[in-house]
Design a protein around this ligand. Sequence first.
Ligand SMILES: Nc1nc2c(ncn2[C@@H]2O[C@H](COP(=O)(O)OP(=O)(O)OP(=O)(O)O)[C@@H](O)[C@H]2O)c(=O)[nH]1
Ligand SMILES: [Mg+2]
Length: 605
Amino acid sequence: MERIVLVGKPNCGKSLLFNQLTGLRQKVANFPGVTVELKTGQFNQFEVVDFPGTYSLHSLSKDEEIAVEKLNLAVDDHETKLVVCVLDAARLERSLVFALQVQALARRNNKAVVFVLNMIDEVERYGLQIDADALQAELGAPVYALSAKTLQGVSEFKNALPELVAQTTVPDALTIQLGEQTKFIERARQLNAAYGIRSDVVLKNQNRIDRFLLNNVLGGVAFLGIMFFLFQSIFTWAQPLMDGTEAAIGWIASTVTGWLGAGMAADFLNDAIFGGVGAFLVFVPQIMVLTLIIGILEDSGYLARAALICHKPLSLFGLSGRSFIPYLSGHACAIPAIMAARTIESPRKRLITMLTIPLMSCSARLPVYALLVAVLIPSDATFLGVFDLQGAAFFGLYFFGIVMALVVSTLMNLFTRKRHELNDMPFILELPSYRLPHWKPLLQRVLNSGVQFIKRAAPVIFIVSLCLWTLGYFPQGAGLEHSLLGKIGHFIEPIFEPLGLDWRYGVAIMMSFLAREVFVGALGTMFGMSGAEENIAGLAAQIQADGLSLGAGIGLLLFYVVALQCVATVAMLRAETGKSRIAWGLYVGYGVLAYCIAALAAHII
Ligand SMILES: Nc1nc2c(ncn2[C@@H]2O[C@H](COP(=O)(O)OP(=O)(O)OP(=O)(O)O)[C@@H](O)[C@H]2O)c(=O)[nH]1
Ligand SMILES: [Mg+2]
C-alpha cells in the first residue's frame, strides 16, 4: 500500500491531523512527547503513519534516536510516497529546523515532501497572518495552511493528497546537505524572521500566566491546590452520577427479579449478577470524571509546567520532572502510564518510574476504596470541621500510594548501580501554549474510559461471581458457611488471620489477584447470599453489621493501595523492561509488601 508519513517536532499537532485523516482516536494532548510509538491508519487507499515528535535528525535522547532510525527506514522504503512535515505555525522556527532536515533526507531518497502549516487558527487569533504562498516558493515544496482543530483548510488538504502522492519529480529548492546542522538552524531562523509571527506575541499571554504558575512559592501552592482539587473531585463530583447509576441498577434488579418470583434463578440474578457485576458498574461515572479532569489538565498545557515544578523535588527521590506525567496518568491506568515513561531522559530514572507507577491508585482501585471507606467512615463525619471525612480519607489513600512510590524510588535509587548517569540527557522540556480543551475528542475519551472499564473487568467479574455463587449455593440450603465455598475458604483462612480478616475476605482477596476490580463483586456476591441488598450502601451496611474492625479495614485499604493485582500491568512491564523476572518479581514483591503493611495496620490500630 502506498504510504504517507507524518513527521514534525513534538506537540505540533501530528496526531490530531492523523486522527482527522484516518478517523482513528490516537492520543492527543498538549505537552511534548505524547506519541511514543509509530501508529498506522488508513486514508482512502493510502497507509498513513503518525511518528513520535522529534526536534532533530541528530537527536540526543534514546527514544528520539529510535524514532529517527524508523524515520530513516520509512523514507528509504519504496512504498513511502509522501512525507508530510507538520509545522506549528505559531512556533515556526523550532518546527522548521527539523522539517528542513527531513526535507533534505527526503530529497536524498527522492521522495516528495509537503509542509503543513498547522495551528493556523492560533495565528489568526492574534490577528496575524502567514504568507503561505511566499513560504511555499522559498521552501520549494507545497505548503498547506490549516487547523487540525477547527478543521479550517483540512478538506482542501485531503483533496490534494492523492495528487501530492502521485508527484514524480521532487522540486529542489533546498541546498543544505544533511549533516550541515548549523546551516539548518540558520535557515530556519531566516525563514522565521521573514514569515513567522513574532515570538513575543505568542509569549506575552503565556508569560503572564507562567509568572504565577511557575513562581517558586505561588506556583507550588497552585500545584498542590490543583492536585487536591483533582482528587477531591473524583469523590465529590461523581457522587450524584453514582447515585443515579445505583438507583437505575436497583430498579432493573427489582423489576427483573419481580418477574421471576422466588427460586434459584432469582437468587442467582440477585446475588451473582446484580450483587456481583452490578456492584462494580456503579463506579463507571467516577472513572469518567477522573478521565475528564486529567484530560482537561492534559489539554490545558499545565502538565508540562507541573513537570517543571516537580523536577527538583522528584530528583531527590531518584526521579525526573518527566516522571510527573506518567505518575499522574497512572492514577487513571498504569498501562498507558508505563508507555508514557519512555520520554524520560535517563534510562535509570525511566526504570524506577516504571516500576513505581503501579503504586499510583489507578481507577480499578476506586470501587475497593469507595466500598471500604463507606464501611469505615460515617457519611456525615467531617475532618477539621470543614472537609468531608470520607473525601479526606480518599485523598489520604491516593497520598499514601504516592508516598509509597517515593519511598520505593528512593530505595531503588540507593541500591542500584548508577552506571548510566553519565549518558543521561539533561532535563529539557518545551513549554506548550496554554489552550482550552478540545471538547469533542475529550468527551469521546471520557465515554471510552467508561466503556473500556466495563469491557476489561465485566467478563472477569462475571465469571468470578458465577463461580463463587455456584460454590456458595451448593449443597443447597446449607448456607454460605457450610457450602463448598465455605470449605475452601476455611482452608485458606489462616493466611488472612494476621490481617484480622475472615475467610470471605480471603476469598475476595485471592480472586482479586486476577484483577483488583473483582474484590467488590466477590464480596457483593458472598454478602448478597447472606442477605445484603444489591447496592453499595446495602453491602457496606452489611459489612459494617458483620463487624469489620477499624484496624483490619484500614489494613485492607492499604493492602489495595500497594498490591499489584493486574496481570495486564505485569505484561506491560515485561514488554517495556524486556525482563519477565523484573515484572513478576514486582508482582510478588508488592504483594508481600502489601500483606506486611496490612498486618501491621491490623496489629497497631
Ligand atoms: N489550536 C489548535 N490546536 C491544535 C491544532 N492541532 C493540534 N492542536 C493541539 O495541540 C496539542 C498537541 O497535539 P498532538 O496532535 O498531540 O501533537 P503531536 O504533534 O502528535 O505531539 P507529540 O505526539 O507529542 O509529538 C493538542 O492539545 C491539540 O489539541 C490546531 O490546528 N489548532
Ligand atoms: Mg502525537
